[in-house]
Design a protein around this ligand. Sequence first.
Ligand code: SER
Length: 316
Amino acid sequence: MKNILVVGSLGQLGSEIAIGLRRKYGSDNVVLTDIRDDVNLDLVQGGPFYKMDSRDGEKLLEVVKKHKIDTIYHLAAILSATAERNPQRAWDINMNGLITSLEVARQEKCAVFTPSSIGAFGPSTPKQYTPQDTIQRPTSIYGVSKVAGELLCDYYYHKYDVDTRGVRFPGVISNMTPPGGGTTDYAVDIYYAAVEKHHYECFLRSDTYLDMIYMPDAVKAAIQVMEANPDKLRHRNAFNIASMSFCPEEQAAYIRNLIPDFTIGYDIDPVKQAIADSWPDCLEDYAARVEWGWEPDYDLESMTEDMIRTIQARRG
Ligand code: SER
């Protein structure tokens, strides 16, 4: 990877993967695009940036040619809870955005990173230690688009030899970019509420187990899988990556180690609860570990400490 393009660079994943890539490969070698340009001005002004729709193939081709791009990170997507409110729009953005990047990659011989998600699984998937290769019948439109995306990336690899790769991200927790419209967002919001109000009203049931990952590990995975030796990749796309699995009650207990008077209440959102109930409790990630050396640095305890300390320091 020398000349990289990040599509959807100001979103939850994009903002921090873009920082990680610019740090590693240099700002001038990491070109960013997004549908907006009015947030995160450090990124917008810190290197080449184009305001554009991820479905605009002509513009994308022009940018890829101009900057001699060899790798595209396609990170523009609508998350699970927002997607349920307007499924047609979610399908349009998630699928037409992806195929636009794949088509440009095919023409210009670029590699493509696309994230899939724990959302690519459904109620008939084994919930505990969900295998890499298993039943995928998701019931959310987000999940449907993620499975279709996984298959489309495999197709472009087999049919056109496009070097497509990706991981299935758990819920991503970060203290920089707030998530938007995801089912796993509670696990981020809870830290801000803990520092500011010492109380959090959770929209998922206390015993809802889901896979989560701390952002530094998510960025590491996104870069590492693209740098992996292709001869060792048997799966290429949609690697399960596990890091930690917990429920709100457990997360609250770890927060209480640092903020002893923290309390949690529950005000269940039925749409988000139904989505969470259809997803695995914890993934098995043997393929990622063996094929490209995946190993997370953070667990629930070290992430909680880092989140709380960072948010506290920022609030003074
Ligand atoms: N974090 C995402 C969501 O909740 C899952 O990939 O939608």
